[in-house]
Design a protein around this ligand. Structure first.
Ligand SMILES: NC(=O)N[C@@H](CC(=O)O)C(=O)O
Ligand SMILES: [Zn+2]
Ligand SMILES: [Zn+2]
Length: 429
């Protein structure tokens, strides 16, 4: 099968490319890239005219919750993968806090089978760090790796026992795999459900202090240093966390991190409406935290933008703020929010935005070794065509996810995903 995408504006940081290009795909791989491609294999190829629109390496999301098995009223693997490709993502890494959690080969294989059947994006499961995500006994990392897990996380919960985290980082370090840490000291966070600060005091809501995250970030940087393991810090939300990561990276430690679009888009001031679509973990923080996230996105401290796509049903959310589930969907709004709030506002360049959504995350979980996150010849033919002139409206029809728990309802944003290809096959558009 041969496909030629011609007349595109290719932005591929891995080739330092931002300009006109054509892309030739043969048998699911990028065969050639060039401005004026001359190649005998173009003869007889299917031709797609990109009309000058933006072509980028397929987006890679390190952090989604697809709820299968166990909570498929919120999302299942197929609806989650459809939301992914609609949002321009060609690869997703699925958290293990399903019901039951993914701590076994059987569940990993079941997930991979479902994802293969959906036939939409690439799907990479994480296994838990501890059995049952109970924080006590390590899972069998080697066996889970062999069955297809690409990283380990108890996400949703922290690993509170430092001795367990130490062993986990030692063993996964030997396997060259990352531990993804949800950093929240549960004693400090206690029963908090929004950011601790002026807003929580004003509203009379119990707060989660920044220190609940930062104390654990500091601990795990220390443990990564002493074990040689790789800790990937999920959904960082505070100024202090990013300062700790910046220092750790300057010292050459194996520490990587991600931030979410909602943490660079919104602050805890939104909570004055008591709308549970603004409730997530970690919580929306202060303006100073948001500013620090923007700085860290620009200066290279952040490795990836990840969605933490966390679908919940209407029932899970339609109750008192205190009782509502934590989390929001994010796959379809991530790219438009990045374009609007980071690129159009000149916090970062378009090329850096693509890096944060594709090549950066691919490297964190070593998916670059499978040819993801780049459109260099020899890479996987995973790419996304985006109309930067068109705007989208975040309404129910726009969202493919089974859930609609988003704080961005009604927002109009730039960047319509026109089409998405995975392995040279069109899966969206
Ligand atoms: N982020 C959230 O608010 N919720 C996530 C869990 C998590 O990512 O910690 C979920 O599974 O719903
Ligand atoms: Zn988490
Ligand atoms: Zn999560």
């Amino acid at each position: 099968m041969t496909l030629l995408i011609k007349n595109a504006r290719l932005v591929d940081p891995s080739q330092k490319w931002d300009g006109p290009a054509s892309l030739l795909v043969v048998d699911g791989q990028v065969a050639a890239v060039g401005e004026n491609l001359v190649d005998p294999r173009i003869e007889g190829a299917e031709i797609v005219d990109a009309g000058g629109r933006l072509l980028v390496p397929g987006l890679v999301d390190l952090h989604v919750h697809f709820r299968e098995p166990g909570q498929t009223a919120k999302e299942n693997i197929e609806t989650g993968c459809r939301a992914a490709v609609a949002g321009g993502f060609t690869a997703v890494c699925a958290m293990a806090n399903t019901k039951p959690v993914n701590d076994s080969v059987a569940i990993t294989e079941m997930m991979l089978t479902r994802a293969r059947k959906a036939g939409l994006c690439r799907y990479f499961p994480l296994g838990t760090v501890t059995k049952g995500a109970a924080g006590e006994e390590l899972t069998d990392y080697g066996t889970l790796k062999a069955s297809g897990c690409i990283a380990f996380s108890d996400d949703g919960l922290p690993v509170m026992n430092a001795a367990i985290m130490r062993r986990a980082l030692e063993y996964t370090g030997w396997l060259d795999m990352p531990i993804v840490a949800h950093e929240e000291d549960t004693n400090l966070a206690a029963k908090g459900y929004i950011n601790e600060g002026a807003v929580s005091a004003y509203l009379g809501c119990l707060g989660i202090p920044a220190a609940a995250e930062e104390a654990m970030v500091a601990r795990d940087i220390v443990l990564a240093e002493h074990t040689g393991g790789h800790v990937h810090l999920a959904h960082l939300s505070t100024k202090g966390s990013l300062r700790l990561v910046r220092e750790a990276k300057a010292r050459g430690l194996k520490v990587t991190c991600e931030v979410t679009p909602h943490h660079f888009a919104l602050t805890d001031r939104e909570l004055v409406k008591f709308d549970s679509d603004f409730k997530m973990n970690p919580p929306l923080r202060s303006q100073a935290d948001l500013d620090a996230i923007l700085e860290a996105l620009a200066d290279g401290t952040v490795d990836a933008i990840a969605t933490d796509h966390a679908p919940h049903t209407w029932d899970d959310k339609e109750c008192e703020l205190r009782d509502a589930s934590f989390g929001i969907i994010g796959l379809e709004t991530a790219l438009p929010l990045t374009l609007e709030l980071l690129v159009d506002k000149k916090v970062i360049t378009l090329s850096r935005a693509v890096e944060l959504l594709s090549g950066g995350p691919a490297r964190v979980f070593h998916l670059d070794r499978q040819g993801l996150g780049s459109l260099k010849p020899g890479s996987a033919a995973d790419f996304t065509l985006v109309d930067l002139e068109a705007r989208v409206t975040v309404d129910r029809a726009f969202v493919q996810s089974r859930s609609f728990n988003t704080p961005f309802k009604g927002w109009q944003l730039p960047g319509k995903v026109v089409a998405t290809w995975v392995g040279g096959a069109k899966v969206w558009g």
